[in-house]
Design a binder for this molecule. Structure first.
Ligand SMILES: [Zn+2]
Ligand SMILES: [Zn+2]
Length: 244
């Protein structure tokens, strides 16, 4: 039996019982898979990451690997804390990130690893990269293998969630079992949301967990349109997925 645990460390959505945790605009997910611990994005502020990791009883020194989806502040702001709590940790960034960003990360004493192509970084963890946008931003995703499927983690999915999901399936040759994270649907109309819902249905994605910049409206739409697939997670949620 294999198990993957994903904990929502930072997000703007709060749950009924998550009052001890801070929330804010940004994203950070902790992945535990077959003994490997990876932090996917770090939220907007060092103090928020520090506080929530403490409240969730996660020792930051256990985190020696970080995957940064893209260089927007709401995904990289916690790196400063991580640099002090887990010195020398490895940080995977899209190769197309700005020089200024890469220099800032290495200046914190962290080990910068640039990713251009989809890369395996552990027994079952992959960086899916990199995808660009028309306006010159580069973004990558993370995938965790579970049996014949994968769990895909999205930062903001600025290149388009369907594009990122398709790339992950093409590159890894695995089914898309679950997708967790930001799907960048704030302001999207119903027609656009229907396209996303059909894509998720067509690929038979069992678990859809829209967070962060997916937006309130899109969260509601997906939970009504795909009620048996959608999980409305929030800061402090733990998603445990088992494979054979
Ligand atoms: Zn962004
Ligand atoms: Zn974002």
């Amino acid at each position: 039996m294999r198990e993957v645990r994903i904990t929502v460390v930072v997000d703007s959505y709060r749950g009924e019982y998550s009052y001890r945790l801070g929330s804010g605009w940004g994203l950070s997910l902790l992945v535990e898979a077959n003994g490997q611990v990876v932090l996917f994005d770090t939220g907007p502020r060092p103090a928020l990451l520090e506080h929530n990791l403490r409240m969730l009883d996660v020792k930051p020194s256990r985190i020696d690997t970080v995957i940064i989806s893209h260089e927007h502040y709401d995904h990289v702001g916690g790196l400063e804390y991580l640099a002090s709590a887990s010195p020398g940790a490895t940080v995977y960034v899209p190769a197309g990130s700005t020089g200024e960003f890469k220099r800032w990360v290495s200046g914190l004493g962290l080990q910068v690893m640039e990713v251009r192509e989809t890369t395996r970084i552990g027994e079952s963890v992959y960086v899916v990269g990199e995808l660009g946008t028309e306006w010159g931003l580069f973004e990558q995703a993370a995938a965790v293998r579970l049996g014949e499927g994968m769990i895909l983690l999205l930062g903001c999915a600025h290149p388009g969630p369907e594009i990122v999901m398709s790339k992950a399936m093409d590159d890894l040759g695995l089914n898309l079992y679950a997708v967790v994270g930001g799907m960048h649907m704030v302001g999207a109309d119903e027609r656009r949301l229907e396209i996303l819902a059909r894509f998720l249905e067509r690929h038979d994605v069992s678990v859809v967990a829209p967070l962060h910049c997916t937006g309130e409206e899109a969260r509601r739409f997906l939970s009504e349109r795909l009620p048996h697939r959608t999980m409305l997670l929030h800061v402090g949620s733990v998603l445990e997925l088992h494979g054979v």
